[in-house]
Write a protein that binds this ligand. Structure first.
Ligand SMILES: [Zn+2]
Ligand SMILES: [Zn+2]
Length: 169
């Protein structure tokens, strides 16, 4: 369909917005679009690939910088949400230095979870966020406390609190 000008096209879109969006959501229509894209690619493979390569090599540094920065920002945002939800401090000793803190999977199982999603990864943070920050499954621990409990023994801080035994650092 051709339109006299952009405004025409826009008002047509506004009038038919609901219908268009409903159609976009139909699986057949997505299939169709995929087929059109595939057919275009198959027909113009050489051109498409060379365009992509030309773009990539022209923007190599920039693109990889964006990519890295984008990922780091994203991870940092997820991490902030998780750390905020868990109080930004070690659940055992209260350490607040962020560089010392990491997410602990309560009651072990950490290894399994890490294998599933990858430690310190966006995916781990996302899994925690999506499950609603369960306080019985995760907590923040500092490296000291984490290290102390790694074989399943309680953190020395715990006996300190329970029996008044002081721990020398
Ligand atoms: Zn601690
Ligand atoms: Zn501790």
């Amino acid at each position: 369909m051709a339109y006299k000008d952009k405004a025409d096209e826009k008002s047509w879109y506004q009038r038919n917005r609901e219908r268009i969006l409903a159609k976009m959501k139909q699986p057949e229509s997505a299939d169709h679009r995929r087929q059109v894209r595939r057919a275009h690619y198959a027909k113009n493979k050489v051109v498409v690939l060379s365009k992509i390569r030309a773009y990539q090599s022209a923007n190599k540094d920039r693109a990889s910088q964006w990519h890295r920065k984008g990922n780091a920002d994203y991870r940092e945002r997820l991490k902030n949400l998780v750390y905020d939800a868990y109080g930004n401090s070690c659940a055992c000793c209260g350490e607040t230095e962020r560089a010392f803190l990491s997410v602990d999977h309560i009651g072990g199982g950490g290894r399994k979870h890490r294998e599933e999603v990858g430690i310190g990864s966006s995916r781990m943070y996302r899994a925690i966020i999506e499950s609603g920050f369960p306080k019985d499954k995760f907590r923040l621990l500092c490296m000291n406390c984490n290290f102390a409990i790694r074989f399943g023994s309680p953190c020395p801080h715990e006996s300190e609190r329970e029996y008044g035994i002081s721990v020398a650092c």
